[in-house]
Design a protein around this ligand. Structure first.
Ligand SMILES: [Zn+2]
Length: 470
């Protein structure tokens, strides 16, 4: 369980009431009007409740239809297909038959009907479309990813793909076990039900970001222990990963506000939590608690209106996409082997730069010429164990600006102290440092990982912005 809950306010009671209402929906097979309570209304037009009951078989089949039709005349959208089934079943997928899906696809492929004409009399189709889009909206799309280069064993190449770009939260090659435990009771603190999915595994197993997003919450919580919460860029999904490892819970590059990409290592499995004392192991069985919350309106983020969904079948579906990881023996941090370029990340950055009134530009005013041969040799030298500081962008920026002040070389203290270097942007490939203090001639330093885009890759200065003359 997640957040600050005040039992005095009867939140649990209301939560239980919601669950009962939701079950009523299922068992009554959606009598007319019963679902209306959850539908957008004129005054508060957002969805109030979602039961995500879509089964693995339906997810799998609809997804295959979507991907195989990607370049065909009739493009099938898996979320629309599932929303049609949801509307037909009143959300209850125990009624699912593959034939229902196949029949729908056949009607669409005949081109005599469209999704719009087929669903025009289905009262709840739009509800299910919006609800399932909130759950699955970030899972499928175009992206680029690294794969092994068959022509050059040991190397990687970028390929463009369309398909599943969300990952299983447990890294590839790490064993885990799970079962459908959503809604079972929990007793620590107070009687409540389990609003997530537990994945039992070994302490230290790398935990993977399911979808790209930004870190919204990070730190200790008496229930979740060391936990991290990542919000999708469309703000509809909040991914909650809890009970992370004692002493070293998170990937050290992360802080609140950091951007993560689907498949990144964000932390490590552990057994912290169930204690008011920070950094305490009080969970008997090491596991990841994975939760997925839907947010249609910010009032649903905390409190009695929270919507957590059952992700057992979703997790089963995500098993086909696991992020392979390796350990950096120097830093002891795990990193992803195959990097991804997710257009959702670029769109978010672009949009944010515009909306934030451009706190800083992404391109330097003055470029620094780079010799690729020298960079390759430097990378090799670092791989052999020399100059490990080149892996730290703050240090690279500090040396760069210090040498600008003292081009003849530095003896003793650097003119620019390390504390004056502030990393204001960082991704696997790019970093921007802001230099504080009064003596610096440089305001910002732009760096790139030119050889390798993971934390074994060295940083090279590619440009800077001078301090503006007053
Ligand atoms: Zn749990």
């Amino acid at each position: 369980m997640i957040k600050k809950i005040n039992i005095k306010h009867g939140i649990i009671g209301e939560l239980v009431l919601l669950i009962i209402l939701a079950s009523f929906l299922i068992y009554e097979n959606v009598k007319d009007n019963s679902i209306d309570a959850f539908l957008p209304t004129a005054e508060k037009d957002y969805i109030k409740w979602v039961d995500f009951d879509v089964c693995y078989a339906a997810l799998d089949k609809a997804y295959k239809y979507d991907v195989e039709s990607h370049n065909q005349d009739v493009k099938l959208n898996w979320i629309e297909l599932l929303a049609f089934l949801g509307a037909r079943y009143g959300g209850n997928f125990s009624n699912y038959k593959e034939k229902h899906l196949n029949d729908l696809v056949e009607r669409l492929r005949s081109q005599k009907e469209t999704m719009e004409s087929i669903t025009k009399d289905m009262k709840y189709y739009n509800y299910y479309l919006e609800a399932y889009t909130a759950v699955l909206g970030g899972f499928v799309g175009e992206f680029e990813i690294q794969v092994p280069d068959e022509a050059n064993p040991g190397n990687k190449v970028w390929v463009k793909k369309y398909g599943l770009k969300a990952f299983l939260p447990i890294a590839k090659n790490f064993p885990y076990s799970d079962y459908d435990d959503f809604g079972v009771s929990r007793s620590y603190g107070y009687k409540r039900i389990h609003l997530g999915h537990d994945m039992m595994g070994q302490v230290g197993t790398p935990i993977i970001a399911v979808e790209s997003g930004y870190v919204e919450a990070m730190g200790w919580n008496q229930y979740g222990g060391w936990r991290i919460g990542i919000r999708s860029f469309d703000k509809k999904r909040y991914y909650y990963y809890a009970h992370l490892r004692k002493n070293w819970p998170y990937n050290k590059s992360l802080e609140e506000g950091s951007i993560v990409k689907a498949g990144d290592v964000i932390g490590y499995l552990g057994r912290t939590g169930y204690s008011k004392n920070e950094n305490t192991n009080n969970i008997d069985t090491a596991h990841l608690h994975f939760g997925l919350q839907l947010i249609f309106d910010e009032s649903q983020k905390e409190g009695i209106n929270e919507i957590w969904i059952d992700c057992y079948d979703l997790i089963r579906f995500l098993y086909r996409n696991r992020s392979e990881t390796a350990k950096n023996m120097e830093t002891k941090e795990w990193y992803r082997v195959y990097d991804i370029k997710d257009p959702a990340v670029d769109a978010y950055l672009e949009q944010n730069n515009m909306n934030a009134g451009k706190d800083f530009p992404m391109e330097p005013q003055i470029e620094v010429p780079v010799d690729p041969e020298i960079v390759k040799n430097e990378q090799q030298s670092v791989d052999e164990g020399h100059s490990p500081w080149k892996l730290d962008p703050a240090y690279v920026a500090q040396v760069f600006v210090s040498l600008m002040i003292s081009p003849e070389g530095i003896e003793g203290e650097y003119p620019i102290p390390y504390e004056d270097v502030e990393i204001i942007y960082s991704s696997d490939e790019n970093a921007i440092a802001k230099i504080n203090g009064t003596i610096t001639p440089v305001l910002r330093v732009y760096m790139k990982r030119l050889v390798r885009h993971d934390d074994t890759g060295i940083w090279t200065v590619v440009g800077f912005d001078p301090v503006e003359q007053k």
